[in-house]
Write a protein that binds this ligand. Structure first.
Ligand SMILES: *Cc1c(COP(=O)(O)O)cnc(C)c1O
Length: 455
């Protein structure tokens, strides 16, 4: 029986909204949380209840839900020039400014930026850029894309093909030419007795043999999130990316860093690739790019890929790709402000300052008999629930342990999301030390309540 009244917001949502990525049986019983507004790191629902949003919306609302400067930047640009495209050699001045800013803050000495409306479209665009370069330059067979199991790169047909999650079988995906290799989750995937160094060496060797088996001349690129986000906050061993990069360089395969979550501060550095010691050939950005105040994504090409794309485009006279709203001037104005707020108004400093407190409170929860792993970096973390800690045995699927925890958290005033059997935490960058304590206190209470019921 639904717990909500006829004609309530919940009932109206249930009647008319097609929900994405939502556990429908539990939703029909509980009803959705319908929100009206936010203040700081909290959101408020139609019944006047407040929740601390420990997930920054969907990773992206890093400046909180009522940042004056960001709203003003949008308003000012709406008044000045509310919309334009970037086709046929016409584009807004803000699009030029943001492109210049992104190259400036990127790890690249020079480069080129292409705008999209989302992270999925940015990954999709990057794949099309690689296919375009290789096809135009006479190597049409060089089109396979390698990603890792558990990776999340988006939902368009191409980016879903890169998202190596079992649910994509229900769409008949992946498309041809998408290859998936091991996930660098040492705690779960390391073999008995295998050291972290041996684990990294095994994954690098396996990547190399896969490249050789596929034919190095058929591989167009390797895409990776520095820390897998929607895969469950999988922090790779520090030696992982240098080892992978060495293999890719040997076979001249571009390494694309999907920084949609890590980019702009989440791991404590501007880019996740800086935290994990690798030099990508291109960067995919979205989410934090506008602090969630406008839908926007960007492909930032380093000098080599920029030159190759220019050469191919000149050969056929244009790069035949673009979205109507690519480089929308309001989005660009918001992104310029968001970058300034994150880098110059103390947000990234706060991530660094609070990361030790975040880590300490995560580690304290590891004392619980049903928390198997507490992993994270910067202000992103996950707690893995286990039935048996010594054997790392998960709970049975009938327990829906992480959904139960997330629902109990909601009841207790905390929004956080379940992922597999883990609970994900990625609070806004403006969080204060006392809000951090409050967040963990609510989480700890919820965990104790649920484990008392199911363990
Ligand atoms: C969210 C996400 C995407 C997809 O972005 P959308 O804006 O939802 O299309 C791509 N890559 C990563 C790493 C993400 O976290």
């Amino acid at each position: 029986m639904p717990q909500f009244a006829p004609n309530s917001w919940e009932a109206r949502a249930d009647d008319n909204v097609m929900y994405g990525f939502t556990d429908l049986p539990s939703l029909h019983a509980r009803g959705p949380v319908v929100l009206t507004h936010g203040t700081g790191i909290n959101v408020h629902d139609v019944h006047g209840r407040s929740y601390l949003d420990a997930n920054s919306g969907l990773w992206n609302m890093v400046a909180g839900f009522d940042h004056k400067g960001l709203a003003e930047a949008a308003k000012a640009q709406y008044d000045r020039f509310p919309g334009y495209h970037a086709f046929f050699g016409r584009l807004s001045d803000k699009t030029v400014e943001l492109s210049e800013k992104l190259v400036e803050v990127s790890p690249f000495e020079s480069g080129k930026v292409f705008f999209t409306n989302s992270g999925s479209e940015a990954n999709d665009t990057m794949v099309k850029m690689l296919w375009f370069i290789n096809t135009v330059m006479g190597r049409p067979e060089k089109r396979k894309i390698i990603t890792r199991f558990n990776a999340y790169h988006g939902v368009t047909a191409v980016s879903a093909s890169m998202t190596a999650k079992p649910y994509n079988q229900w769409f008949g995906l992946p498309l041809a030419d998408f290859v998936h290799v091991e996930c660098p989750h040492y705690w779960r995937e390391g073999q008995p007795g295998e050291s972290e160094a041996a684990f990294v060496a095994r994954l690098a060797a396996s990547l190399e043999s896969r490249i050789l088996a596929e034919g190095p001349e058929t591989i167009a690129g390797f895409f990776a999130e520095p820390v897998m986000g929607a895969g469950g906050v999988i922090v790779p061993p520090m030696a992982y990316f240098p080892a992978v990069q060495a293999v890719l360089r040997k076979y001249d395969i571009p390494l694309i860093s999907d920084e949609v979550i890590c980019g702009f501060g989440r791991t404590g550095t501007v880019w996740g690739c800086e935290s994990f010691g690798f030099q990508p050939d291109a960067i995919i950005s979205s989410k934090n790019l506008t602090a969630g105040y406008f839908p926007m994504g960007a492909v930032i090409l380093g000098p080599k890929l920029a030159a190759e794309l220019m050469e191919a485009s000149e050969k056929i006279e244009e790069f035949v790709h673009g979205f109507t709203a690519s480089g929308n001037p309001v989005g660009c104005a918001v992104a310029l402000k968001a970058i300034d707020v994150i880098l110059n108004e103390g947000l990234i400093d706060n991530v660094r300052a609070l990361a030790p407190q975040f880590r300490a409170r995560m580690d304290a929860l590891l004392e619980m008999p049903n928390i198997g792993e507490a992993r994270g970096i910067g202000l992103m973390g996950a707690l893995e629930a286990v039935k048996d800690k010594d054997t790392k045995t998960p709970f049975g699927p009938e327990v829906s342990v992480s959904e139960r925890i997330a629902n109990r958290c909601t009841d207790n005033g905390l929004i956080c999301r379940p992922l597999g059997q883990a609970i994900v935490l990625c609070p806004p960058f403006i969080i204060t030390p006392s809000e951090m304590d409050h967040m963990f206190d609510m989480l700890e209470k919820s965990l104790r309540e649920v484990f008392a019921e199911v363990a």
